[in-house]
Design a protein around this ligand. Structure first.
Ligand SMILES: [Zn+2]
Length: 160
């Protein structure tokens, strides 16, 4: 099921295109199944969160449903609510763990929006006052730094 999905509006205008990825080829499904390594900071029955491997800032985390879906339109409204409720909870732990002054939620859908992995995810990006108004470049942290950050966020999450 790899290909491009194009949705048309009533006038036949293209409004959307998105990569299609099957569950078995999906890197985020593999992370959820522990078949692919990641620094997981939160997990419950239906949602999980892990550090972005190419973060914009320390603590940049992706919050995902475990159920595979490509875009937010693949989720029902109750699930969308749960996803953002989870992202909100995770954001509090991230801000506390990394000492951020604020945070962004970014939720990209479709290739035009720079959605790289075709599995719904919410970016939680902590920001500091000195980065106010700017979009940072991708950063690299060592494996040790990433594990330490993930540990701090997990500690700040407290019990599920
Ligand atoms: Zn997936």
């Amino acid at each position: 099921m790899v290909g491009v999905r194009i949705l048309l509006d009533k006038g036949g205008k293209i409004v959307f295109s998105s990569k299609r990825t099957s569950e078995s080829e999906c890197v985020f499904c593999m992370i959820a199944a522990r078949k692919e390594p990641a620094n997981i900071v939160y997990e419950d029955e239906k949602y999980f969160a892990f550090l972005d491997a190419f973060p914009f800032s320390r603590g940049h985390t992706l919050v995902c449903p475990k159920k595979h879906g490509e875009t937010i339109w693949d989720m029902d409204e109750g699930e969308i609510g749960e996803l953002f409720r989870t992202a909100s909870r995770v954001s509090k732990a991230i801000v506390s763990a990394v000492g951020a002054d604020g945070f962004r939620f970014v939720q990209n859908n479709g290739e035009a929006a720079n959605q790289v992995v075709a599995h719904v995810h919410v970016h939680v990006i902590p920001v500091r006052m000195e980065d106010r108004g700017r979009f940072a470049d991708r950063k690299r942290f060592s494996g040790e730094e990433m594990r330490a950050t993930a540990g701090s966020i997990r500690n700040a999450m407290g019990p599920a």
